[in-house]
Design a binder for this molecule. Structure first.
Ligand SMILES: *[C@@H]1O[C@H](CO)[C@@H](O)[C@H](O)[C@H]1NC(C)=O
Ligand SMILES: *[C@@H]1O[C@H](CO)[C@@H](O)[C@H](O)[C@H]1NC(C)=O
Ligand SMILES: *[C@@H]1O[C@H](CO)[C@@H](O)[C@H](O)[C@H]1NC(C)=O
Ligand SMILES: *[C@@H]1O[C@H](CO)[C@@H](O)[C@H](O)[C@H]1NC(C)=O
Length: 125
């Protein structure tokens, strides 16, 4: 073997090693929330569809079970989810606006594989 062939051979071998060592990763799907959006106003006690984009969902999603949590000022109220145990592929889930203090720094956090924040919106009494 001349040195060029050797180098090429080594290069191909390392490529093969890289491919063989690549871990099997499940597809992480973090759909963006489309409603509520900036400017949305909800009133305590109302029911609303939280909606999100499902286009582009990979075939093998790690976690299909969704959860919706309310956040205020960026702090998630994980102990009182607004919705649980729905499919992240549904694209929407109905939530009841909880009896919280009025504010304009609320956000919806959609959890599947990981959390995705909606823009901040307003809740009124
Ligand atoms: C949520 O969306 C579904 C389907 O579009 C509709 O039938 C239902 O009335 C909506 N619910 C609320 C509370 O808006
Ligand atoms: C999804 O997972 C199945 C079984 O684990 C596998 O056969 C299939 O090739 C995967 N599809 C994709 C697109 O990753
Ligand atoms: C929402 O408000 C919180 C706190 O006021 C802020 O940290 C966060 O960046 C805001 N989110 C967006 C999307 O503007
Ligand atoms: C979640 O939903 C599935 C299917 O609708 C149901 O079989 C299961 O019992 C539910 N789990 C919980 C913890 O509510």
């Amino acid at each position: 073997m001349n040195s060029f062939t050797k180098t090429l051979f080594c290069f191909l071998l390392s490529l093969f090693a890289l491919a063989a060592a690549a871990p099997v990763i499940r597809d992480v799907f973090v759909p963006p929330v489309t409603y509520p959006h900036q400017g949305t106003v909800w009133y305590v006690g109302q029911y609303h569809n939280v909606t999100w984009e499902t286009a582009g969902a990979p075939v093998n999603i790690t976690n299909k079970i969704g959860r919706v949590v309310l956040a205020k000022g960026g702090i998630e109220d994980i102990n009182n989810p607004l919705a649980t145990n729905f499919s992240i592929l549904d694209g929407r889930v109905v939530v009841k606006v909880p009896d919280v203090e009025p504010g304009n720094d609320y956000a919806i956090v959609l959890f599947g594989d990981s959390g995705n924040f909606s823009p901040n919106f307003t809740i009124k009494a």
